[in-house]
Design a protein around this ligand. Structure first.
Ligand code: AMP
Length: 511
């Protein structure tokens, strides 16, 4: 085990960061269970699903109906701790089923509704799920597996309300990581982990019962679900859209006087191009960006429209919400800000010793304790002392203490023996006035081992010689792309994350 010589100093820095977010009171962040922590303002508006109806669910109704379905589940043999797959698009049935499962003490296995039969089978087998709540077409894809299926396309079954059974220390969620490499791994998150994550953000972002979130992110991902958690805990309200549509999002934001927006950079890109009115909704006080890097160019363009750039934050499935630009302090484009209340952060080299630049390590009540049934992966994921190795690379700005993410370890390109981190090259490409978005990866090369290659979306008028000359002005020769492909759009996941495995030369594209 390596000792961390500056541990004391690190803690002082983290505490100072929490202070800048407005609190150092972090002891109670992970207390309770999600059902028990929901706000006691039963008559207030909680959720609206405009694609289904114009009737609001109140907080009381959500709690009551969730508890009644939880009773039905227990009567019908669901045991606390059982894994239950939850697979559907954003809908009231999805949220009610989620609350019922948590109330019954089950562990919810989140599944993206776009998953194929093979992907769903992996989740069911790996998690040993016994039940599934699913909407079509996932319901059909799940048939043939040894599961009890409850349809989200019909009213949920209910029975007389009983006592909630959720235990704060038990896993509430088994979330599977996006799995850009290898099969997705299960991440068990306790009620305490989820509460600590969202409460820290709510404190820092001054979330109140008067907030109105307009939300189009998938609730099958942590980022989307966080918006529901905050709403239920604060007793505030949220308008949940089935998916992202710039016009519908704008209409909902303006019509419902949105105060908060959660989005990913790809959504901000679309809003600024197609619906800048959404971003100038007069009541909007907080626009959050996360899940993928927000380029400084996009942040600056957004700041021209909104007055300030979105509040960029950083987190992961394993560690929840961890770092955010401060709501009242300066927002520095290209950085993700300061550790949220309760989060300890340091930068380390391979052996776990503090380093000025290296892997981002996190510790705190929001961080998971190990992968589901994967002892080897768990051992590799932590340094001694419970420090989670994020796999992300970064450095802390010496003056402001803000975290700058510089890349991901696994994306490293080794070209002619030199290390190149794609993000560094992407940032340079995105500075070129004709480049709208860029992705960089290594392609096999007989000469270089791997060859730095770029895929770029341009304004239409791009002169590639000029783009390459721009790179050569700002980057060492070995970092400059050897080849540039023009594409209409970059391959992205539903959460706006770049799918690097889909970056292939145009002649290898399968669709
Ligand atoms: P997920 O587990 O799907 O939430 O993905 C987590 C990963 O998304 C992190 O480890 C980062 O690589 C990336 N990520 C999240 N937020 C940001 C951000 N603001 N900037 C850059 N990368 C981010």
């Amino acid at each position: 085990m390596t000792q961390n010589p500056t541990r004391q100093e690190t803690s002082a820095r983290d505490r100072a960061a929490w202070q800048r977010h407005g609190t150092t009171e972090v002891a109670a962040l992970d207390i309770g269970s999600l059902p028990s922590a929901c706000h006691a303002l039963p008559d207030r508006r909680a959720l609206l699903f405009p694609a289904e109806s114009d009737r609001w669910f109140t907080h009381g109704e959500l709690a009551e109906r969730g508890a009644r379905t939880a009773s039905w589940l227990r009567i019908n043999g669901l045991r606390p701790g059982a894994r239950v797959l939850l697979c559907g698009h954003n809908s009231s049935a999805l949220v009610l089923a989620y609350l019922a499962l948590l109330g019954a003490g089950a562990t919810v296995v989140l599944a993206n509704p776009a998953y194929t039969t093979a992907e769903l089978r992996h989740l069911v087998t790996d998690s040993q799920a016994e039940w599934a709540f699913a909407a079509q077409p996932a319901t059909d894809r799940l048939r043939g597996l040894d599961l009890r299926i409850v349809s989200l396309d019909e009213p949920l079954p209910e029975a007389a309300r009983g006592k909630p059974e959720a235990d704060a220390h038990e896993p509430a969620l088994l979330a599977y990581t996006s799995g850009t490499t290898g099969a997705p791994k299960g991440v068990p998150l306790t009620h305490g982990n989820l509460l600590a994550s969202i409460r820290a953000a709510m404190l820092a972002w001054r979330w109140s019962e008067d907030d109105v979130l307009v939300h189009s992110l998938p609730l099958s991902h942590q980022h989307g679900l966080g918006g529901v958690h905050a709403t239920l805990l604060a007793g505030s309200s949220a308008v949940i859209l089935p998916d992202f549509d710039a016009a519908k999002l704008t209409e909902a934001m303006r019509g419902h006087h949105a105060t908060v927006l959660f989005a990913v950079p790809a959504i901000y890109e679309r809003l600024i191009a197609d619906a800048p009115q959404a971003l100038t909704t007069p009541t909007l006080r907080l626009a959050v960006s996360g899940s993928a890097p927000l380029s400084p160019e996009l942040a600056n363009r957004l700041a021209q429209v909104m007055g300030v750039p979105p509040l960029e934050r950083y987190g992961s499935t394993e560690s929840g919400l961890d770092v955010s630009n401060p709501i009242d302090g300066p927002r520095i484009p290209g950085t993700v800000g300061l550790p949220l209340p309760g989060v300890e952060l340091r930068i380390a080299d391979e052996s776990g010793d503090d380093a000025p630049e290296g892997e981002i390590l996190l510790r705190g009540p929001q961080v998971f304790t190990g992968y589901w049934n994967r002892p080897e992966a768990t051992r590799e994921a932590f340094h001694p002392g419970g420090w989670f190795r994020t796999g992300d690379l970064g450095r802390l700005d010496p003056e402001t203490g803000y975290l700058r993410i510089t890349g991901r370890k696994k994306e490293l390109i080794i070209t002619g023996g030199f290390n190149v981190y794609p993000r560094e090259v992407e940032l340079v490409l995105e500075k070129h006035p004709d480049v709208v978005a860029a992705a960089v990866a290594g392609l096999p090369s007989a000469r270089w081992g791997e060859q730095v290659t770029a895929w770029v979306v341009t304004t239409g008028a791009a002169d590639f010689d000029d783009v390459l000359a721009h790179c050569r002005r700002l980057l060492a020769p070995y970092k400059c792309p050897k080849q540039v492909f023009a594409v209409d759009s970059l391959p992205r996941s539903g959460m706006g994350k770049l799918r690097r495995s889909a970056l292939v030369p145009p002649e290898h594209q399968t669709r």
